[in-house]
Write a protein that binds this ligand. Structure first.
Ligand code: MLT
Length: 411
């Protein structure tokens, strides 16, 4: 008899963003004339930068000619891309990463979901609350948690992020082995200072723990005092893995390209306490289960680092950040609390109402899709996340609709 992995039965029946999408589709079907503006899932709406498109086209043409055609690529990704990453994303910030520490992949979601395979089943895991659901669900699937009870999985340590701590969680009082951090944060948009990250690095050293640092929204940082990479913190190369993505940086959500950096000195331990290089294990895992990102996509990603590419991606991010500022200013003007800095495409709005009720209200009364905070954890129960990924015209329209709906309703 074929038996299932019973850990899957502990999960909610659909992935959070799939559930939202189903609800929006149902609403749209019963209200076919209603114009709906989507500020929910963080999916970009603007076209790929012209520099990326040009490189993409050229690479596709190379694939059409026997003389320049490419089959399977190198296991960790093409060197032309990894060199640019190392040079621009790390060495330019004083971080010494070598190209063989970079693993090109098809997404930060996949990497952050898959990386847990390297670790023992009995480790103690700390996740932020609110949390990007992939960190939690992937560990549930792997059997590292108990049941879902009162909005939380038994066995996980939840690091609460709330208005009181500026949405940057405090170091836990107890020992943990694996810590997920994400800055700029999804969903709150909070950023962490060097001092805050230094505390986490010190904690990881003290506890022989590992930090998985999700920096998918790094390109949105405009405050010059903030670190872009955890590796800017002394000592982090021993205790952290960093995940980055071209999805939000350069509009690659549908094109798929990301990367993970595993420093060679970063270790975990076997049962006898011997150090094992995580780099070696991840290489083994990827070589077995992954065949890389297509050549044209890697060429398109390489173009992000060209002079035109940098200018165009900078403009793309500025566009979404301008939307984010409009959303934040409007929600503040309407009397809601949200983080006031502008280093993220997400605005985390404290509604003081049940987040699904507020989601339904915005959908039905304003025709605006947001993301209910409770899907990110217990600390999100009275919040919604509004995304800046849409056209400025749609954002302005959505904000006008929200204003109008709120002025006419008691919500
Ligand atoms: C989000 O909306 O949180 C993101 O788009 C999800 C993702 O990047 O997978």
């Amino acid at each position: 008899m074929i038996k299932i992995n019973k850990n899957y039965l502990k999960l909610e029946s659909s992935y959070f963003f799939s559930e939202i999408s189903k609800r929006v589709t149902r609403f749209q079907q019963s209200n076919p004339n209603k114009v709906i503006i989507k500020l929910g899932i963080g999916d970009v709406t603007k076209a790929l930068p012209p520099a990326c498109i040009k490189a993409f086209h050229k690479a596709v043409d190379e694939m059409a000619d026997d003389a320049t055609f490419r089959g399977y690529g190198p296991e960790q990704g093409y060197e032309f891309l990894r060199e640019k990453i190392v040079e621009n994303d790390f060495r330019a910030r004083g971080v010494d990463i070598s190209i063989d520490e970079v693993f090109i992949s098809d997404g930060a979601k996949c990497d952050s979901g898959n990386i847990q395979e390297l670790f023992s089943k009995d480790i103690k895991i700390a996740v932020p609350d609110p949390v990007y659901p992939v960190y939690v669900d992937s560990n549930v699937m792997a059997g590292r948690t108990g049941k879902f009870n009162q909005d939380r999985y038994q066995g996980l340590i939840y690091l609460e992020s709330a208005q009181e701590n500026g949405y940057v969680p405090d170091i836990p009082m107890q020992k943990v082995d694996l810590i997920y951090l994400c800055f700029p944060n999804n969903p709150t948009g909070a950023t962490a200072t060097r001092e805050q990250l230094s505390k986490w690095v010190a904690f990881a050293h003290k506890n022989k723990a590992l930090i998985i640092y999700d920096a998918a929204y790094e390109a949105f940082i405009r405050d010059k005092t903030l670190p872009h990479s955890i590796f800017e913190i002394p000592g982090a190369l021993d205790v952290a893995i960093e995940i980055r993505s071209f999805s939000k940086t350069a509009g690659f959500t549908g094109t798929r390209c990301a990367y993970t950096v595993i420093p060679k000195q970063c270790v975990a331990y076997d049962e006898t306490g011997h150090k094992i290089l995580l780099h070696k294990l991840w290489l083994r895992r990827q070589a077995t289960k992954f065949n890389g990102v297509s050549y044209p996509v890697q060429r398109a990603a390489e173009a992000v680092y060209s002079l035109e590419g940098k200018k165009q991606t900078g403009e793309l991010i500025d566009y979404y950040l301008a939307n984010a500022r409009l959303i934040k200013d409007k929600m503040l003007a309407l009397g809601y609390h949200c983080i006031e800095s502008n280093n993220s495409p997400y605005i985390w709005v404290k509604t003081d109402k049940d987040s699904w009720d507020f989601f339904n209200f915005l959908l039905e009364q304003a025709g605006v899709v947001c993301t209910p905070g409770s899907g990110f954890g217990r600390c999100g129960q009275e919040y919604v996340r509004i995304s800046a990924f849409n056209s400025i015209e749609n954002v302005k329209k959505a904000l006008a609709n929200i204003s109008e709906a709120l002025s006419g309703q008691d919500c």
